[in-house]
Design a binder for this molecule. Structure first.
Ligand code: PGA
Length: 252
């Protein structure tokens, strides 16, 4: 049985004070269920404050990106050691905003994934097609390329700390969610690919999250799909009530 992972990506929102308040509110909604985990990814400046706020709870604190080196001349980057030092234990990598707005390539993203894993962080690798790619029938090719390249050189035993987030670019922040069928199709394809690239049991144990306009109103049907193991939530994660409802999705 895979534990679900309900992740909030706060993007470039919240001062330290806002972040602590939001984390405290989220904690009030946190389940005692044994079948799910909660992850919060505040901006770098608030990682330490949020980690302190949630200490003693099971909430996982994550960065929104990570470098592969422990330290050095990498202006503007954050190292895996720094993430851990601030109280984080995970990193989101390859988010579509990094790919599209900051031109991060699969090669760079692969270095980040390997760096995160080398330093024992959980790596949340984001993949997803644009609308043009989907409409021109390229979706599966795009996902395959992003995953093959993103996970190149990752060892099977490291895969226990890898989570893939399928986030169709056209669904992020647009209010347009992939239908449960569209999401399930992509997730099943990703699991099959992981089983080809690694082993069947690696694929069966790996969590695949859906992201892109997840809301209280659509989380239940998405989470009811056999290959959807959680959600990566942007906008709705900034509101504790909404995120609380998402964490507490109903099983049918
Ligand atoms: P959204 O963002 O929920 O606001 O669509 C998701 C994400 O970017 O991870």
């Amino acid at each position: 049985m895979r534990k679900s992972l309900m992740a909030g990506n706060w993007k470039m929102h919240t001062t330290r004070e806002d972040a602590c308040r939001l984390a405290e509110e989220v904690m009030k909604h946190c389940p005692t269920f044994a079948d799910r985990e909660v992850l919060l990814a505040p901006p770098y400046t608030a990682i330490a404050a949020v980690a302190e706020t949630v200490s003693g709870s099971d909430i996982i604190v994550s960065s929104q990106n990570v470098c592969w080196e422990e330290q050095g001349a990498f202006t503007g980057e954050i190292s895996p050691v720094m993430v851990k030092d601030a109280g984080g234990s995970a990193a989101i990598i390859g988010h579509s905003e990094r790919r599209q707005l900051f031109f991060e390539t699969d090669t760079l993203i692969n270095q980040r994934v390997k760096g995160a894993l080398d330093f024992d962080l959980m790596a949340l690798l984001c993949v997803g097609e644009t609308l043009t790619e989907r409409e021109s029938g390229q979706m599966l090719n795009v996902l395959e390329t992003q995953i093959r390249n993103g996970l190149a050189g990752v060892r099977a035993e490291q895969m226990a700390r890898v989570v893939i987030a399928y986030e169709p670019v056209w669904a992020i922040g647009t209010g347009k969610t992939a239908s449960k069928e569209q999401a399930q199709e992509a997730h099943a394809f990703i699991r099959e690919l992981i089983s080809k690239l690694f082993e069947k049991n690696v694929a069966e144990q790996m969590r695949i999250l859906y992201g892109g306009s997840v809301k209280p109103t659509n989380v239940d049907e998405l989470m009811a799909q056999p290959d959807i193991d959680g959600a990566l939530v942007g906008g709705a994660a900034l509101d504790a009530e909404s995120f609380g409802r998402i964490i507490n999705y109903q099983k049918n």
